[in-house]
Design a binder for this molecule. Structure first.
Ligand SMILES: O=C(O)CCC(=O)C(=O)O
Ligand SMILES: [Fe+2]
Length: 196
């Protein structure tokens, strides 16, 4: 699904970016090392618990506003610190922050959004590493919602979103009624220094 004048998202999937044994070890380490918490998000003007567990991790100074709330980042757990150089090399960007999400089962999900917060700057590169249960990841064009794409994000896969993907498309991780194992997703981001 590479780009042709915004017709499809500039999103490249590397299905076996991590080998299975390495992905298994990383998943186990993250389940143990990340201080998972329930984030509160704005939904239709109300604060509700998000349907997943999450954790913002990042370098000092990468505080992040997400769905109207401000999060100070947690320090990098050893298992993620060890991976940073490889993610940066794959993305071509020095990432300084990561949003970790834990989808405990098929009822946990993420609604339609773009990762277009001003702190990310224009045309951000986002590197999304998936571990655990395979889930559907769907794209919908922001101005022509009939245009949709989907990809299966498998254990050890890396999805790179670049270019106008965030400006032109929304994405979501839908709920599923199928029994699915727990899944961890890491979206590595580069937060730009605050200008005021
Ligand atoms: O879990 C996923 O694959 C998607 C996560 C996502 O879109 C985000 O963290 O912004
Ligand atoms: Fe996202």
């Amino acid at each position: 699904m590479n780009n042709s004048a915004g017709a499809i998202p500039e999103a490249t999937l590397f299905p076996d970016w991590l080998q299975a044994d390495e992905a298994d070890a990383l998943l186990a380490a993250l389940l143990a090392q990340v201080p998972w918490e329930v984030h509160r998000i704005r939904m239709f003007g109300r604060w509700v618990d998000s349907p997943r567990l999450s954790c913002w991790i990042g370098d000092p100074g990468t505080g992040y506003v997400y769905s109207g709330a401000r999060f100070e980042p947690r320090p990098w757990p050893p298992a993620l610190q060890a991976l940073r150089a490889r993610i940066d090399a794959a993305a071509g960007v020095a990432m300084n922050s990561v949003l970790a999400n834990l989808y405990r089962d098929g009822r946990d999900a993420m609604g339609w959004h773009s990762d277009d917060e001003p702190e990310l700057g224009p045309r951000p590169v986002i590197a999304s590493l998936s571990l655990g249960g395979t889930r559907r990841f769907v794209f919908k064009h922001r101005r022509e919602p009939a245009r949709k794409f989907e990809r299966l994000l498998e254990h050890g896969s890396l999805l790179l979103m670049t270019g106008d993907t965030q400006a032109d498309w929304k994405h979501a991780l839908p709920r599923t009624a199928r029994p699915v194992p727990a899944r961890v997703n890491l979206t590595f981001r580069r937060i730009l220094p605050r200008t005021r």
